[in-house]
Design a protein around this ligand. Structure first.
Ligand code: ADE
Length: 242
């Protein structure tokens, strides 16, 4: 996967992608990250990339020409062009999966300041948001997209690590424990120390359902649970009603 990030703040992107799992994915050549400084693509003097909006109003608006120049500089017929924006479709695990599978090159334009010239949308395939709140710019959002897509790419992390991720099958992940076995009188559930794989598997599936029921019951509405899982869920519901 190649990502081309069009940004006014290349250092912000650079510092994040040069650490940890993303750095390793680059070193292992599973991904490539091209950071494009929008100011290198303006024809205006003083590297201008934004201006006041027509009709009046506060704040500077990203101009269409530098953005289109930057896109045209990195676009190929395999590219998906994404614009970060609070008005976009809300990002989730299914979208991360879809993009990791279906695309080889993702261009991400980081929106900034008070907004962008509406005509930029004519050059964009997808407007994406990371949630219903407004950031000062799209850099954090672009890193969220890169991070969540990259960990799903083969060879980046062990595939078992994301097969049972939260949101997989619309369930949250089960609780996990590590050393020490006992901490201030609270012990790791015994079944996890038993070495009994079938019981551990069952305990973990119950943990997924309990976690989802307690923390994100909205996810269960969209879920097609198997018979065993439904039984666990019904027990939980009955317990709550008692
Ligand atoms: N830019 C500003 N706010 C944003 C958001 N919530 N998601 C993506 N890009 C943004």
């Amino acid at each position: 996967m190649k990502y081309s990030i069009i940004t006014l703040f290349p250092n912000l992107i650079n510092s994040y992608v040069n650490e940890s799992i993303i750095k390793r994915a680059i070193q292992k050549e599973r991904i490539e990250i091209e950071i494009i400084d929008l100011r290198d693509h303006t024809n205006y003097s003083h590297n201008q990339v934004d201006d006041y909006q027509f009709g009046g109003g506060k704040g500077m608006v990203l101009m269409v020409e530098p953005v289109v120049n930057a896109i045209e500089n990195c676009w190929t017929n395999e590219s998906l062009i994404v614009l970060t924006s609070p008005q976009g479709k809300t990002w989730n695990q299914n979208l991360a999966k879809k993009l990791s599978k279906e695309y080889k090159h993702i261009i991400i334009i980081c929106g900034h300041y008070e907004g962008f010239d509406e005509r930029i949308l004519d050059y964009v395939d997808m407007e994406l948001s990371i949630g219903d709140y407004v950031l000062t710019g799209g850099e954090l959002a672009s890193l969220v997209f890169i991070d969540s897509i990259t960990r799903l790419i083969d060879g980046v992390i062990q595939s078992e690590s994301h097969q049972n991720d939260s949101f997989e099958n619309n369930l949250l992940d089960h609780p996990v424990y590590t050393k020490p076995v006992n901490f201030r009188n609270k012990s790791v559930p015994e079944v996890l120390l038993s070495g009994h794989h079938a019981n551990i598997k069952k305990f973990r599936q119950e943990g997924r359902i309990i976690n989802t029921f307690n923390k994100r019951p909205d996810l269960l509405k969209e879920n097609k649970l198997c018979k065993e899982d439904l039984e666990i869920l019904n027990k939980l519901k009955n317990r709550k009603e008692e």
